[in-house]
Design a protein around this ligand. Sequence first.
Ligand SMILES: Cc1cc2nc3c(=O)[nH]c(=O)nc-3n(C[C@H](O)[C@H](O)[C@H](O)COP(=O)(O)OP(=O)(O)OC[C@H]3O[C@@H](n4cnc5c(N)ncnc54)[C@H](O)[C@@H]3O)c2cc1C
Length: 438
Amino acid sequence: MGISKSDPVIIVGGGAFGLSTALHLSLRGYTNITVFEQDGQIPSRYSAANDLNKIMRVEYEDPFYTDLAVEAINAWKTPLFAPHFHQTGFLHCVSEKAPEKAVATLKRFQAAAERHSQMAKYVSSIQGQEDIRQLCWQLDGSLPGWNGYFNRYDGYVHSANALTAVYRATQGRGVRFFLGEGAGAVDKVVYENTPRGRKSNGIRTKAGRFHPASLVIVAAGAAATRLVPEIGTQVVAKSWSVAHVQLTDEETSALRGIPVTYARDLGFFFEPDPKTNLLKLCPMGGGYINTDPSTGLSCPPQSLAERGFLPHEDEIRLRQLLRQSLPALSDRALVKKSLCWFADTSDSDFIVDYVPQTSSSVILLSGDSGHGFKMFPIVGRWIGELLESPNDQQQIPRWSWKAPKPETKSSNWGGDVSWRLGETRELAEVQRSRTSKL
Ligand SMILES: Cc1cc2nc3c(=O)[nH]c(=O)nc-3n(C[C@H](O)[C@H](O)[C@H](O)COP(=O)(O)OP(=O)(O)OC[C@H]3O[C@@H](n4cnc5c(N)ncnc54)[C@H](O)[C@@H]3O)c2cc1C
């Protein structure tokens, strides 16, 4: 569409993808960028990235994403991002009862790491408790049948702190922010009819104020379908659980330096955060969706209160994970429990493209599929490249707009993705069984 670098650009969503886009566009010389974020703060409490940590693993089953993750990890080592990257290594295993699908996925990840020229020398095979103890004495559980590999090239990133750093950096570069329900919550993308077809001329906030723009970039994470309903069920709001154990100073110190520890069939945890003494845990599972029966679209719940719980089945998995690896913590209270909402696609590919029939005035940046934060330092570059691409065409076909499908497989949405395990369930169903237990 060829907007000029001084044209007004609006980014909806001040989460991982939105902030990275603001940073990269400003570095490319765009001078009139405004970010709208529905929460009154950044990191936003609605952002999937507002978290202590996210896994930064480079190996993917798919070399396309491995190459991107290599680029991302190098960017995590540059001054703006480096304080938030911790190269503790990644212990990636299955336990003795892992289903065949988990074992096969693990093997593909291991093979990808072992054949990568840059990474291979950092990778070692892990066969059982003894190997794990040599690597990390703190994991003093029985670790029944744990096999897999350890990759020293990987680690984790402190995602909330990284969001804060980029928020400050973009403010420093003159990016404007409208925050909060009154100023930053966007109700809709506004269109006008032109002789050449429908075109957006800005956004309207929930408070009713119109803001003009030459380009609107929707980076609203799990809520993308609310603003771009044309994408239909190609983007599905899905959630996974997060919980923490509150440690003492001594316990945090004792666990300093442990690798990201991931049993594919149970879940994973990270080195405890030295500031809060929280040890973060995520269970492995098919996740939860929130389908509106009237539209067939899954959107995240509107209120934060509805996100603040841990389904019983996930608690069982987490306690099993702790029992096998850090047994002293297995009966401890789980705190700061929440469902974290992300934008899933059926093939785990991102969507980085113009919305059709908008005269290249609206871009959808979505479909993070629960693996997007590691790319935080480089996501915005993809938007810069799209803006400069010939004929407004996304040059990477897998990131193109996905035409909506007429039918949905709501019962196990995204379950065909190789690295996923377990059935996807409806939030309402889980909430019902929760209330019946109270
Ligand atoms: C439990 C869990 C674990 C994960 N672990 C990892 C991991 O280990 N490694 C990894 O790489 N990735 C991980 N991810 C994925 C990562 O968090 C996401 O890929 C990333 O946060 C996606 O960024 P986003 O900007 O698209 O969405 P978000 O970060 O969710 O940001 C979207 C923003 O848009 C705002 N917004 C929405 N609607 C509106 C509106 N109408 N008006 C204004 N603002 C709006 C929201 O408030 C929010 O701040 C995980 C995700 C989850 C849920």
